[in-house]
Ligand binder design. Structure first.
Ligand SMILES: *[C@@H]1O[C@H](CO)[C@@H](O)[C@H](O)[C@H]1NC(C)=O
Ligand SMILES: *[C@@H]1O[C@H](CO)[C@@H](O)[C@H](O)[C@H]1NC(C)=O
Length: 484
């Protein structure tokens, strides 16, 4: 039997890494002819992923997945610069090439390099796949609609000569084939509204068109219109294979970090069903002190039970803000807040998000709408109130609230990233949003959420949409293998 070897190249950021490893597991579990080598690049700073990547080799038991750590490189570009990621990826190309050449040399006679599966931001590595004479696929960790947006904007720019950055602060709306609703410019990601960063981003969109296929972490039933629109936007073959979640990967991270979240689960066990609002803003989510005070005020006034993952702003401002936990959150909270809310609320640091969302006590989720968290909330059928911060989160919030009717809104166009920052949300606005969210039970939106939850679980089962899509991908990989 011939073995097809795939090379995976994720960027070493938690979300990307975890879901690409999960994707690798799906592939090798499905077909005994496939094996995967994951190349792990190293950021020139401690990105909190080392402990995770170092544990991978032992924690991922699959026999046909291997991890190769590439040497680090000091690239001397400021993290906050728009070029950081581009330079980082460029500097890793020689390492990737060397690692793959070694792989090819040491392969047995029945083993064969079958293709590259690249992180969505590593599309310039298509050149390397070309050099080895194998096809490249992209693994897209965001929604089908967001892929549609990238392709659409790139066409607007390159074919219709629209200057996309001029949409900054614009109230205009765009016709957008992936949605039935027009797309407000205010939910476009700041990467395309900024002169310094739009170039490389549009280049990625262009290069994705030239791949053999795009694997998307979504499922047909969630975004039917967006998935269908991709062919018309010039996408290659697309494979919606999701939702790929790492529901037990969470446990492993917990063990590594030493906190297990047991106290959180014990607290939730004591709360009535659907009574608790959960606030959590992802691995990069944190706010300034003024905003934290408004949130605290809103929570207290709403009277609802709450579980609040409150994380500390890192001392320096950069593109990759990695928050940490407060030694004592009281230092940023209003005087006496913890004491007054002790019987109804719990302020925590890092949260075992999936386990919390799975708990019956949770009645609503205030979320930054990262795609990964969005898929998790849909999986567990928990209604979301949107509070996006960065990246494509404003776009995701719009898709959830307006296009899919699956979430309520605290704000859709809040922004807090190193390129742009919006003003703070007042306690009144937040309180209103929380009240609305916690009154959702039984509503149309809530029912729809439960249906999507069932569909998301079904998508992966034998004979269903994502299962079939993965099968088509594997056929494509095996049929395109260069002959030995
Ligand atoms: C999704 O995000 C959560 C919270 O940030 C994280 O713990 C989890 O590992 C992520 N999962 C994936 C598949 O990236
Ligand atoms: C696009 O518009 C911005 C703002 O008006 C301007 O600074 C920039 O130079 C323009 N870019 C191009 C490529 O014309």
């Amino acid at each position: 039997m011939t073995h097809a070897e795939l090379v995976f190249v994720p960027i070493p950021a938690m979300g990307h890494l975890i879901s690409m490893v999960e994707m690798a597991k799906l592939l090798v579990d499905r077909d005994p002819r496939l094996s995967v080598t994951v190349l792990i690049m190293k950021f020139p700073f401690d990105a909190d992923v080392d402990s995770y990547t170092n544990s991978l080799a032992t924690s991922v038991a699959a026999a046909r997945i291997r991890f190769v750590h590439l040497p680090g490189e000091n690239i001397g570009t400021e993290i906050s610069s728009g070029r950081f990621l581009t330079d980082f990826i460029e500097s890793n190309k020689p390492h990737v090439k060397r690692a793959v050449a070694k792989l090819v040399d040491s392969a047995s006679s029945t083993q064969q390099l079958a293709g590259f599966v690249l992180d969505m931001v590593c599309t310039t590595m298509i050149d390397l796949a070309d050099e080895f004479g194998v096809p490249s696929y992209v693994f897209f960790t965001s929604s089908a609609a967001f892929l549609g947006m990238m392709l659409h904007l790139q066409l607007l720019q390159d074919e219709h000569h629209v200057n996309i950055t001029e949409f900054k602060d614009s109230a205009s709306e765009l016709d957008f084939p992936s949605f039935t609703n027009p797309l407000p410019a205010k939910v476009l990601p700041s990467v395309v509204l900024t002169k310094e960063s739009i170039g490389p981003f549009m280049e990625q969109a262009k290069r994705m068109r030239a791949t053999k296929g795009i694997i998307i972490n979504t499922f047909d039933e969630l975004e039917p219109q967006a998935v269908r629109s991709l062919a018309g936007l010039g996408a290659p073959a697309v494979y919606p294979v999701g939702p790929i979640l790492s529901l037990n990967g969470e446990t492993k991270k917990k063990d590594i970090d030493g906190h297990r979240g047991d106290d959180i689960m014990e607290w939730l066990d004591k709360q009535p069903p659907s009574s608790v609002v959960f606030l959590c803003f992802g691995s990069m989510g944190c706010f300034g002190e003024d905003q934290v005070k408004q949130m605290a005020c809103a929570l207290e006034r709403s009277g609802h039970r709450f579980l609040w993952s409150l994380r500390r702003l890192p001392p320096s401002k950069g593109q990759l803000e990695i928050p940490s936990d407060y030694a004592d959150p009281a230092e940023v909270l209003p005087e006496g807040f913890l004491h007054r809310t002790a019987s109804v609320g719990k302020v925590i640091g890092w949260a075992p998000q999936a386990a919390v969302l799975a708990h019956r006590a949770i009645g609503g989720f205030v979320s930054h709408c990262g795609w990964n968290s969005t898929l998790e909330s849909l999986w567990f059928g928990v209604v979301v109130a949107t509070w996006p911060l960065r990246g494509e989160q404003q776009f995701n919030a719009f898709e959830l609230v307006v296009e899919l009717g699956l979430a309520t809104e605290i704000k859709m166009d809040y922004r807090r990233d190193f390129r742009m920052e919006s003003g703070i949300l007042t306690a009144d606005e937040i309180e209103g949003g929380i009240r609305k969210l916690m009154e959702e039970a039984g509503s149309e939106r809530w029912k729809k959420g439960k249906e999507v939850s069932e569909k998301s679980r079904k998508a992966l089962t034998k004979g269903s949409s994502s299962y079939l899509s993965l099968g088509r991908l594997i056929d494509d990989i095996l049929n395109n293998m260069p002959l030995i």
